[in-house]
Design a binder for this molecule. Structure first.
Ligand code: SF4
Length: 707
């Protein structure tokens, strides 16, 4: 592996958008970025980039950047110096802590932050604010998959390198919008497997552009993934397709799991999922008759009110066949955000300490407290999750909020309620490189740093640590590591925040992880250039690309089957007869706060729209040239529409990059992972007379902002 190139003004980093972390090199001229070059030796992606990645560097010197700290005075955000802004941010939190206790402050952060910033955010919450309430927007993304992996395997990481996809005989893709969300590496590896004769099975209510006519296409009813996989488990048993040796030697809980699947006969599965009973029988035969089977899944199955159950049901099937821990086999969750993997490992989750340690585990608390030089009792306990933190504002239990790289006014569910929650805050401090809708509610704004303005590491979709070099100086002055450390110092925890650059934080994190669940200790700063997969417990360890070859991560080394609860009934009804699901557009990332500013990206998708099956549109009298009103039990939106006959007729698809989507989504939560059910909202549609312009949509959003 070739490390980052130095000299000649060319330095290596990784795309700031999705968890494939495509490598790129950036050239500078007079200290600013002048050119992007493909990095042919980069880990995993070897120079591949989608259009988002190849224009990402244009955000760094963009005219819309926040460059000056702001404080709200007489209702208006007013430019001030850094010292004054940091003191105002800290003073607000101190005031709330003194009057209402430390639990009245909270932190919400993001899955795009580097590992180093994730670590500092968790440390800031626990040691400086002394609050248990710190959570992140991965609560809207990866927590159901992560929770299920922890329960089944004892570790939250993809099992198998993506390069092994090309050698699989059977590839099952569940709820993954590969064309838009994972456009490089994965579709190409699947193509290679197809050419070698692999069978590709796609389980999704909407078939993406990457799906081929020869693939086995299973357009199940939204929200019924768990029922399908329960039926498969039952059929594996009935068809004598279980890998009995693997189940006996390496797992526990098989009989209880099978008992929970007993009611799911092929006919019952057909009734619940709309998948033909013969397809259930055929698919079980296919999965159970190969030794090289990879299942990859994403948010389609996970962002459900029973998303954790859905993932556990998939894991049960893969364990029953012994498809874990051997080449070209495994089950991988496709992490979404830039650092969706590291973002859920380094302590910014309400139940977690750094390196995958649990804040509820006395041994883990002792270990982290010793390394932080504090008594274990000094650490708070388990805090509230993302939506629960916002809901606590309604009762006054939370009054102060620090928000980093986090645009909840697009990405959280039930947006009208979120607006009201943000209005109720006494003190809102926002750290972000760009202004977002959240600034309308902020009391203090601290300009953040883009991907090219600070050094750090991220952990990729496969669990590899890669390094992002600092390419250029931050346009706003201090980098975000310095900002977090200055805030920590102002809150009275100076000795815990002695850092001003990524490699210093990395050294503390690496050593702290030694002997813990996510052991990164062998990945020295020099080795971060090589793309090493954790666990990596010593400086001469090669890393662990494929997990569970000998043991699972539970103390006894065994994987756990889990009984699957009956699916949560959120079926369509007369009042709301269609199911709305959602997803990405290739041109945009999350709330568009970066990509909408880059003309080459925004011109590809300048406004939200809903996809409707042409038969459904005709039935509802929705014609070309008309907009559509979409109503759910939570809200109403008006957008233009496009026909898509690769979608189930009883399902509509909305892009989630605009608020029009989450106006409609309820804030009910998966009881295990506390993930909202983004992927299944019962709705009704009706025609509106004329197409509406993006300007009119912007006006609709503005009307909802505070005065
Ligand atoms: Fe690669 Fe994802 Fe960036 Fe596209 S958005 S260049 S696929 S990391």
């Amino acid at each position: 592996m070739t490390g980052p190139t130095r000299g000649a003004g060319l330095r290596s980093t990784h795309c700031p958008y999705c968890a494939l972390n495509c490598g790129m090199q950036l050239e500078t001229s007079e200290g600013r970025i002048s050119r992007m070059v493909r990095w042919k030796d980069s880990p995993l992606t070897k120079g591949a980039l989608c259009s988002k990645g190849s224009t990402a560097h244009l955000q760094v010197d963009h005219q819309d950047r926040l460059t000056t700290p702001l404080i709200r005075r007489d209702g208006a955000l007013t430019p001030v110096g850094w010292d004054e802004a940091i003191e105002a941010a800290a003073a607000g939190f101190r005031r709330i802590k003194d009057s209402c206790g430390p639990d009245a402050n909270a932190v919400l952060s993001g899955g795009s932050l580097t590992n180093e910033k994730v670590y500092l955010v968790g440390k800031l919450a626990r040691l400086a604010l002394r609050t248990p309430h710190v959570d992140y927007n991965g609560r809207f993304c990866m927590v159901s998959a992560g929770k299920a992996n922890m329960m089944a395997f004892g570790r939250d990481r993809a099992t198998t390198p993506l390069s092994e996809l090309a050698d699989a005989e059977v590839i099952i893709v569940v709820g993954a919008n590969l064309s838009d969300a994972y456009p490089v590496v994965i579709p190409q590896a699947i193509d290679r497997a197809r050419r070698k004769g692999a069978t590709v099975v796609v389980i999704d209510p909407r078939m993406g552009r990457w799906v081929k006519s020869a693939d086995m296409q299973i357009r199940l009813r939204p929200g019924t993934d768990g029922a399908l996989f329960q039926g498969l488990l039952r059929q594996l048993v009935k068809g004598d397709l279980v890998n009995k040796d693997f189940v006996a030697r390496r797992t526990t809980g098989f009989d209880v799991a099978v008992a929970s699947a007993e009611r799911w006969t092929p006919d019952e599965v057909e009734a619940a999922t709309d998948v033909a009973s013969q397809t259930v029988v055929d698919l079980a035969e296919l999965i159970g008759s190969t030794s090289r089977c990879m299942l990859i899944h994403a948010r389609g199955a996970e962002q459900q009110l029973d998303g954790t159950n859905n993932v556990l049901a998939m894991i049960n099937v893969m364990l029953a066949c012994g498809h874990i821990g051997r080449p070209a086999s495994g089950i991988n969750m496709l992490t979404g955000q830039r650092n969706g993997q590291g973002g859920r490992e380094w302590g910014q989750r309400c139940d977690q300490l750094p390196a995958g340690r649990s804040i509820a585990n006395p041994e883990h608390r002792n270990s982290v407290a010793a390394q932080w030089g504090i008594e274990p009792d000094h650490l708070p306990g388990v805090g509230k999750t993302y939506v629960e933190i916002l809901q606590a504002v309604e009762t006054g239990a939370v009054q102060g909020l620090l928000s980093l790289s986090n645009n909840m006014l697009v990405s959280a569910p039930n947006l009208s309620r979120v607006r009201s929650q943000l209005s109720g805050l006494q003190h809102l401090v926002v750290i972000d490189p760009f202004p977002s809708e959240v600034l309308d509610y902020a009391h203090v704004v601290l300009p953040g740093t883009t991907f090219a303005e600070e050094e750090g590491t991220v952990t990729t979709i496969e669990g590899r640590v890669v390094r992002c070099e600092q390419i250029t100086e931050p346009v706003s002055g201090p980098n975000e590591i310095e900002v977090l450390c200055r805030l920590g110092a102002s809150l009275g925890a100076n000795e815990s925040f002695p850092f001003d650059r990524g490699r210093q934080v990395w050294e503390e994190m690496r050593l702290l992880s030694a002997g813990g669940p996510n052991d990164y200790s062998g990945i020295t700063w020099d080795r971060t250039a090589d793309g090493l997969a954790w666990p990596c417990p010593s400086p001469d360890h090669p890393g662990t690309p494929r997990l569970y070859e000998q043991r699972f991560a539970h103390d006894d080394g065994l994987a756990r089957f889990h009984p699957i609860q009956p699916p949560i009934d959120r079926q369509i009804c007369d009042e709301f007869p269609l199911a709305m699901t959602n997803g990405r557009h290739l041109a945009h990332y999350l709330s568009r706060n970066q990509t909408k500013r880059i003309a080459a990206q925004d011109s590809k998708a300048p406004e939200p729209y809903v996809e409707i099956h042409p038969e459904t549109a005709e039935k509802l009298g929705i014609g070309q040239g008309q907009a559509v009103s979409i109503t759910s039990a939570t809200g109403r939106s008006t957008v233009n529409w496009r026909a898509n006959d690769r979608l189930r007729p009883d399902t509509v698809f909305m892009l989630y990059h605009w608020p029009e989507c989450n106006e409609l989504v309820a804030d009910d939560l998966d009881p295990v992972s506390k993930m909202p059910g983004f992927k299944h909202t019962p709705v009704r549609l009706g025609p509106v007379l004329d197409l509406i312009s993006s300007g009119q949509m912007a006006e609709q959003s503005k009307e909802k902002a505070p005065l």
